[in-house]
Design a binder for this molecule. Sequence first.
Ligand SMILES: CC(C)(COP(=O)(O)OP(=O)(O)OC[C@H]1O[C@@H](n2cnc3c(N)ncnc32)[C@H](O)[C@@H]1OP(=O)(O)O)[C@@H](O)C(=O)NCCC(=O)NCCS
Length: 158
Amino acid sequence: MGTPEVRPARIADVPYIHHFLEIYATKGNLLPRTMNEIYRHLRDFFVIEVDGQVAAIGALEIFTEDLGEVRSLVVAEEYERRGLGRLMVQRLIAEARHLGLRRLMALTYVPAFFHKLGFVTVAMDTLPEKVWNVCVKCYKYNQCDEVAVLLNLGRNAP
Ligand SMILES: CC(C)(COP(=O)(O)OP(=O)(O)OC[C@H]1O[C@@H](n2cnc3c(N)ncnc32)[C@H](O)[C@@H]1OP(=O)(O)O)[C@@H](O)C(=O)NCCC(=O)NCCS
């Protein structure tokens, strides 16, 4: 595997981002996002290129004045378990710190992966900003089985 390069996403990446999300939305692991929605949120997205191909995607969404969310995180199946997920989340953490956010959350089916990066599992109701703005509109609202994880980006953060 060549050296992975993390970079902000570009317009030409949108079909790849859409395709990656479709694969996992179909399996129920991630929420689907339309091409139009991806264009509108493109500045949230980063991609990792390996040997000139998009091998991973991830997004940092600003949620409130202090809370950001890791969204749309996918590593292509053939590149899993080679450190690309870690590289992407580290980039999103650096971006969140750069912007001045104090907390970074994710809703996930793979909390163990996030724990490796310093996130801790928290009760969903400790993130009312997310629940009352976004989750209430989600088709899974009444049967949400995702785990909320949180990283404190403050001075004592890991
Ligand atoms: C979850 C995902 C992003 C992990 O990416 P990855 O590139 O395979 O993970 P990495 O190789 O960077 O792993 C980093 C660490 O997490 C661990 N890890 C990775 N996937 C894991 C999993 N599913 N369960 C438990 N631990 C996991 C690795 O063993 C590694 O630990 P180590 O530092 O002790 O060696 C990737 O498997 C994926 O895209 N899954 C499908 C979509 C999805 O579920 N996205 C998350 C939505 S929030």
